[in-house]
Design a protein. Structure first.
Length: 327
């Protein structure tokens, strides 16, 4: 037989009532748990969202800040690099410019002998001798450690043998006189074995001089003395009365220079035969110039030479010590 129970009977039973209460408690707990889970999920979401947002914001901000800072730093670095490059290049340029200036100031053209108080003096044995020029000591009375003598053939018309070149430094422009101390080295005729060729190729002017102030007589080497216009320009000066060719040998700017009466050591220096003229060179500006000497007469002895500014006495010039550039 099927049994039917009334609802009230079931709930009215104390045991069933306790069971029902237990069911409601469990449902309540379940509902509470769902709420907690929902809150937990919401919290998690909030936490996640917050962390994500914070992370994104912080990351973005940090990234932006970092990028901005890096960009700024890069810009600053670039600017610094640019400044450094510019400054260094400018400084380097200045230093190079300074160095160039210093080089111009300190580097001087080399020379063999220099003017000291207007006098250039040198011993013959100090020259760069060649060919048949020899240093000897047999003839007593020389200055220094010896003298030079040409022991080769005579070259009366060819100034191309035994050519000696030296560089002389002129500090003060003006007119200078050339002199040597010499003697004949063979026989007793003082018009033989008594000469050599001389030239100043870089000088503003070079000639033999005689006459009086404001009435000078100038004897020039060939070929310039054959130039009528050039000689006319010289005589146009109020100081010059005559300008023409030296008497005797001359070629390519060389003139014959000779001693007179030098059968012993003597300061005697002239050009132009039978027309004794002092040997002069003019220098328009300070600088280094070339002096040249070549062999002409054989057995001609030269002890020492001087090139001195006009106005210095012969005695002072001839007594000067050697003025080598290295001293």
């Amino acid at each position: 037989m099927r049994q039917h129970f009334a609802l009230d009977d079931r709930f009215g039973d104390p045991l069933n009532t306790r069971k029902l209460n237990l069911v409601w408690i469990l449902i309540a707990l379940a509902l509470t748990g769902c709420a907690d889970d929902a809150n937990t999920t919401s919290g998690a979401n909030n936490s996640t969202n917050a962390e994500t947002n914070n992370s994104m914001t912080a990351g973005t901000n940090n990234a932006t800040t970092a990028e901005t800072n890096n960009t700024t730093t890069g810009t600053n670095n670039a600017t610094t690099a640019t400044n450094n490059t510019t400054t260094n290049n400018a400084t380097t340029g200045t230093n190079n410019s300074t160095t160039a200036t210093n080089n111009q100031t300190t580097v001087t053209q080399p020379c063999d002998f220099r003017a000291v108080d207007g006098i250039i003096a040198f011993e013959a044995e100090s020259l760069p001798l060649n060919e048949d020029w020899k240093v000897r000591t047999q003839s007593n009375g020389f200055d220094g450690s010896g003298y030079m003598v040409w022991e080769g053939n005579a070259f009366n018309n060819i100034p191309t043998h035994g050519v000696i070149k030296i560089d002389i430094k002129i500090d003060e422009p003006g007119r200078y006189q050339f002199q040597w101390r010499s003697k004949i080295g063979m026989g007793s005729n003082t018009t033989e074995h008594n000469d050599a060729w001389v030239r100043f190729p870089g000088a503003a002017d070079f000639y033999g001089l005689k006459g009086q102030p404001r009435a000078e007589i100038r004897r020039y080497p060939k070929p310039i003395c054959d130039d009528a216009a050039a000689m006319a320009a010289v005589t146009a000066s109020a100081d010059v009365d005559t300008a023409d060719c030296v008497r005797g040998s001359s070629k390519d700017g060389w003139i014959k220079v000779y001693s007179s009466g030098a059968n012993d050591w003597k300061w005697s220096t002239f050009t132009s035969d039978n027309d004794a003229s002092r040997v002069m060179a003019e220098f328009d500006s300070p600088g280094v110039y070339t002096f040249e000497l070549a062999a002409r007469a054989d057995f001609f002895l030269i002890d020492r030479m001087v090139i001195h500014k006009e106005g210095i006495s012969d005695a002072v010039a001839q007594a000067a010590s050697e003025t080598a550039c290295g001293l």
